[in-house]
Design a protein around this ligand. Structure first.
Ligand SMILES: [Zn+2]
Length: 360
């Protein structure tokens, strides 16, 4: 006979039956916080057994059944697949906080056996960089990509440096940031503004191939460089070109002289980093003041507003219902100002549930 005990906290209850009958056990839980922890102590066969025994009940408890199913699924996932699952929970828009928390907790403790990490689209053997991702090489406009290109994306791993494409080099020598990525005056600012004098050298931030060098609308004279990892960097308001489309450049090569062409109120470099045409927050990739990368490896997480960049080894907080900036800042002991800066947001930017906020 199967016996289920109920308790206030989660418990794993074993009830052995009379001797000649097969032993049956059942999982009972109240609250959904620690079921995963409990299950993790058991081997697969054991879990399956509990699952089967619950299934035999006249009314199998649906929540517990689905959680065990989920556990069995999650435990076989690679880290990337688990991240994709989290994505899909966020994207679904429903409030799966408990579930998301559980998966997160599980991921922290779980020893993943990902031997070889897969990085998207690294391909050094083609005529132009990252051809696997773009499939085209268009030199007539800076932004030729349609939403089709990123529509089905979820999470991507990206390596920013490697032997073949070298290090990061600051696009300008003296760093004065005059405007950051985000919304200003009700319009999206899709790059970061770095102060410079007309004629100052502008360098390619990474190695790659010049895809566009020409005059284009508000950008004025603008250069776009595509890199092997699929990123494209854009340098706008230039005064003179030093490259043409098709030129191979190394990180640090001079591609132009700075200026104030196009829609610009004074000489500066407008610098963008894009992936599949979607502008990323450069502050999440590059520490401009230090002239270094925040991390060599990043995860791009697709969200309704674009891609969030999550550098490896940097702590993130996932926004929950009822959170506000000041609360998160206080919790992590940093100022609201710093929190805004490193995330490219403003104090009054509404936070979205599931949004990842960098906290260090
Ligand atoms: Zn700008």
């Amino acid at each position: 006979m199967l016996v289920i005990y109920a308790g206030l906290s989660l418990s794993f209850i074993t009830k052995e039956t009379e001797t000649e009958k097969p032993v049956k056990k059942a999982v009972v839980m109240y609250g959904d916080q620690t079921l995963f922890n409990t299950l993790e102590k058991l081997d697969d066969e054991h879990i399956q057994w509990h699952y089967d025994s619950l299934k035999k009940l006249e009314k199998p408890p649906p929540l517990i059944m689905s959680q065990i199913e989920l556990f069995l699924t999650v435990k076989t996932l690679t880290k990337l697949e688990a991240a994709l699952l989290l994505d899909s929970l966020f994207e679904s828009g429903d409030e799966h906080y408990a579930l998301i928390n559980q998966i997160n907790l599980f991921l922290i403790d779980h020893d993943f056996s990902d031997a070889e990490e897969e990085f998207a689209y690294l391909d050094h053997n083609s005529d132009y960089p990252a051809h696997l991702i773009y499939g085209s090489w268009i030199t007539t406009k800076p932004h030729p990509y349609s939403p089709e290109l990123y529509k089905s994306d979820t999470t991507q791993r990206l390596k920013l440096m490697d032997k073949s494409f070298g290090d990061y080099v600051s696009p300008v020598d003296k760093i004065v940031i005059t405007s950051r990525f985000g919304y200003r005056w009700g319009r999206a600012h899709r790059g970061i503004d770095l102060d410079l004098q007309v004629w100052d050298q502008v360098k390619s931030a990474f190695s790659g191939k010049v895809r566009f060098a020409g005059y284009f609308g508000g950008y004025g004279r603008v250069v776009v460089v595509r890199h092997d990892n699929g990123l494209e960097t854009l340098y706008a308001h230039l005064h003179r070109f030093k490259v043409v489309a098709g030129d191979d450049v190394k990180a640090g090569d001079i591609i132009a002289l700075g200026g104030s062409s196009g829609n610009s109120s004074g000489s500066h470099l407008h610098f963008e980093v894009r992936f599949k045409g979607i502008a990323l927050n450069p502050d999440q990739l590059i520490n401009f003041k230090e002239k270094s990368l925040i991390s060599n490896k990043v995860t791009l997480v697709k969200s309704s507003w674009g891609f969030t960049v999550i550098p490896d080894g940097v702590e993130y907080y996932t926004v929950r219902k009822g959170d506000y900036l000041f609360k998160i800042a206080e919790e992590y002991g940093i100022t609201c100002n710093d929190l805004c800066k490193i995330n490219g947001i403003r104090r009054n930017t509404p936070l979205q549930v599931g949004q990842k906020i960098r906290v260090i």
